[in-house]
Design a binder for this molecule. Sequence first.
Ligand SMILES: [Zn+2]
Length: 237
Amino acid sequence: MKQKETLLTTPLSEEKIELSHLMIEEMGDEHKASSVDTPLRADAFEKTDEEKIALIEPHFRAIMETLGMDLTDDSLRGTPLRVAKMYVKELFQGLNPANMPSMTLFENKFQYNEMLVEKNINFYTNCEHHFVPFFGKAHVAYISSGKVIGLSKLNRLVEYYSKRPQVQERLTMQIGKALQTVLQTQDVAIMMDAKHLCVASRGVKDDSSNTITGFYGGKFQEEATKAEFLKYLDINA
Ligand SMILES: [Zn+2]
């Protein structure tokens, strides 16, 4: 988030700093993403996972202590380290490109040139504005240009990009663009239907709304193809 950093570090008058913070807070609550790429620092992977865990632990401990919690209690004692490990090894391991699943392609021997849809892929990710989960179903489709991919790889790709602090629009686009690159075709569509806990459990406390995002590349931008994809999603949805 280069822009945000500039806003925070540029010396401004008191009044302007107030305004900047307000704008940043609003941007977070509106869930606006600033770019398709996850905003990462240049030194993002200079530290090992173990070094990151060791650094995060005292920070999380400080948050809990600041909230007034007694970390000598047996139930809380292990929480800072547990959270640090969970962040680095599980929830956010998809930040590191080294963890991208291998994508083996096969020749399309059956000459199946129709649309392939894999729907109802479960995903769990975390909102980058509040660090609480959003989760739901991803529906992925492509039309082969001569290469095909193992179905489980579609799940793995969704999982990989989900394991980052995310914004649903960006998550949808990252999966779509990665599939276009892997499959060497523009003809890729993604639809994601998710429930955001930052909307359901806090803020406006709306637990009945879902958020739907779509990515339509190549032939999927044509009405008939797009309609066919959406029709498949309706059946036994
Ligand atoms: Zn949020």
